[in-house]
Every structure is written in structure tokens, then in C-alpha cells.
Design a protein around this ligand. Structure first.
Ligand SMILES: [Mn+2]
Length: 342
């Protein structure tokens, strides 16, 4: 049975009842609702799933956080420092029911999502193609992290945020906004200001630096694992394309990773089902912090990049002397170009 949310305060209760109903009146039934982020999970996908599952539970809904695969080093380090464990890995969706966070397209969902029941979507990317036959809860906005939407839902429903949940929300927000410098909206700033005193993780700059370092530390991962650790697929103008983001601390490190990624792309290309594959290196070394190196594979992939961005020729790659974000710069520009060419 769905439990009525417990009201601690009558005045607050009146103000928040409608928001609670919006979330809890979705037909979840008796089954567990799995709250899950996109494939190649990042800190926002994981943190938002953990916090959203907690919120649904607090509202009397049987929900559990899940992840689509192994965590990246950044998320692993952050959760470990919080004394928290990774959510359960689920890689097949068929027959289960889901609340999706940080994605809204089948191409980024786990396998079989078309044969699963989707009851909720929270996202901050261009809205995708997930369809449902029954009513669901959907929220999509131009915020820096899905975690900000989850925080807003805690506030709207009058649900208290425990320290652990504040920590994972802050982890997600810091990660997706690169320490509150990228795509930061007013709502993200409010979320940040509210979460810092609740999370009590000390110096957030120092914490972010640690997260960032571990993200670029691929340890003894194989080239294929590195390529797939932050890889997303898209579709536009009848073309399918996959983009991997790879981080490196130094230009030398990019030099090491380039041939490894070229090899991994070649190997992954036939099984990917994509028309084009790209690898983007964010060069975070001090001397050229804003340059980007891209490797491409597939017919027309390089031409498409050259048409879309001012590229220079690099060594086995193209250089774009700007710090472009996959989400807000590269995907929208490539999508527009592909749709025009259709
Ligand atoms: Mn995100």
C-alpha cells in the first residue's frame, strides 16, 4: 500500500501538499520503481538517482536507486569518502519500472527501456524521445545539474534533506557544473547555498579538486573502458553519433591517450551501431586550458566537424581552441548541422 506522506508541520503541509501529490500520484503500483541515470554513469546521474529515490521513499513510494554500470573514479572516490556504497547495477530494463534521471532518450537509457515502464523523468539536456502510454512526472529545465531539480523537489514537497543526501546532491552539482563555473543557473546557486551547510563536507573547492583529479585518473583501465567511461549516443537528421569525453591533466597525457582512444574507437565502431564516433579531450593543462582535441571516425565525421566548428589541424586530430561542452555546445551544433543537411 502507498503510505500517506507524514506531515510534521500543518502550515508547511498545506503549502507543499500539491507538490507531493504531483510526485506521488503517478501510478507506481506495488512494484519497486528503479531510479536510474544514463549509461556511462557520472556523478550527477548517480547522485540524483540516490537522492531522488530517497525522496520518493519519503513520500511513501517504493523506490530504489540503481546505476547502469560501474561508477567512474570521481563518483567512486566521492561516495567512498562519504562512507556510502554504489547503488545496484541494472543493465536490462525489460519488465521493470523506472524513474529516469539525467537523461530522457532511449539512446542513453539502459537496454530494453522501450519494453519497460517509465513513470518519471528529470533532465537538464535537450529533451529526448522517451514515450509513455500512462501519465508520468516530467521535469526538464536549463539548470547545471539534474541534482538541482531533485533539490527543488525536496524543497517543494517540504521533505528534509539528511546529511548523506545533501552530500550526494552536492557531489552531483559540483561535478556537472565543474565547481559552479559551467552552465550555472540561479537555481543551481540556490541549491548550492542550501546544500553546503547541510552536507558539511568542509572546503568545497578542495573537495572538487580531489574529484576532478580522480576523474582524469584512469588507473589501469583498458582503452575501451576509458573510451566508454563517459560516452553518450545521439541521433539527428537520420544519423547516429557517439561522443566520448576523455580527461587529461597534461598535454603529454593527451599524447599518450590519443593512440589508445583511436584504437578503442576502431574496435568499438562496428559494434556501436553508430554512423560516426568522436572522442573529445578536454586539455586541462595550464598552458592551453581551453583547447580541445577531437578524434573522429566514420564517413563524413571529420567533414561534419569542420563544417560546424572552426577547426585547426592537429596531430591525428582536429583542434578547437575553445573549451566546448558536449552538452551545451557540441551536441546542439552537430544536431543543427545534421538536420540542415538531411
Ligand atoms: Mn547531468
Amino acid at each position: 500500500m502507498k503510505k500517506e506522506p507524514v506531515a510534521k508541520n500543518e502550515g508547511r503541509d498545506k503549502k507543499t501538499r500539491a507538490s507531493r501529490c504531483l510526485l506521488s500520484d503517478v501510478p507506481y503500483g506495488e512494484e519497486t520503481t528503479w531510479v536510474i541515470g544514463h549509461r556511462s554513469p557520472d556523478s550527477d546521474a548517480v547522485g540524483s538517482a540516490i537522492a531522488c529515490a530517497y525522496l520518493l521513499n519519503a513520500l511513501g513510494i517504493k523506490a530504489e536507486a540503481a546505476v547502469s554500470g560501474l561508477l567512474n573514479n570521481e563518483t567512486r572516490l566521492a561516495l567512498k569518502s562519504f562512507g556510502m556504497t554504489s547503488p545496484l547495477v541494472i543493465d536490462k530494463a525489460e519488465g521493470k519500472q523506472f524513474f529516469l534521471v539525467d537523461h530522457s532518450s532511449y539512446s542513453q537509457a539502459i537496454e530494453g527501456m522501450k519494453k519497460a515502464k517509465v513513470l518519471g523523468i528529470l533532465d537538464h539536456h535537450g529533451f529526448g524521445d522517451i514515450q509513455t502510454s500512462q501519465p508520468i512526472y516530467v521535469r526538464s529545465a536549463a539548470v547545471g545539474a539534474t541534482a538541482t531539480l531533485v533539490w527543488l523537489m525536496f524543497r517543494e514537497t517540504g521533505t528534509g534533506i539528511p546529511q548523506d543526501i545533501a552530500k550526494v546532491l552536492l557531489m552531483a552539482l559540483l561535478s556537472d557544473t565543474r565547481n559552479m563555473i559551467r552552465n550555472v543557473s540561479g537555481a543551481d546557486r540556490e541549491a548550492f547555498a542550501a546544500l553546503v551547510p547541510l552536507a558539511r563536507i568542509g572546503d568545497t573547492d578542495a573537495f572538487y579538486k580531489k574529484m576532478e583529479r580522480s576523474l582524469a585518473d584512469y588507473g589501469n583501465m583498458t582503452g575501451r573502458d576509458i573510451f566508454l567511461s563517459d560516452y553518450k549516443e545521439y541521433e539527428a537528421g537520420g544519423k547516429r553519433f557517439g561522443i566520448a569525453v576523455v580527461r587529461a591533466d597534461t598535454t603529454e597525457r593527451i599524447g599518450e591517450l590519443k593512440p589508445q582512444m583511436a584504437e578503442a574507437m576502431k574496435e568499438y565502431f562496428p559494434e556501436s551501431g553508430q554512423d560516426m564516433l568522436y572522442t573529445i579531450f578536454h586539455d586541462r593543462s595550464g598552458d592551453r586550458p581551453h583547447s580541445l582535441v577531437l578524434l573522429s571516425l566514420g564517413e563524413g565525421a571529420e567533414e561534419l566537424l569542420r563544417e560546424t566548428f572552426p577547426c585547426e589541424d592537429g596531430e591525428n586530430c582536429l583542434l578547437i581552441r575553445k573549451n566546448l561542452s558536449r552538452k551545451t555546445d557540441i551536441v546542439p551544433a552537430l544536431t543543427k548541422m545534421l538536420e540542415r543537411a538531411k
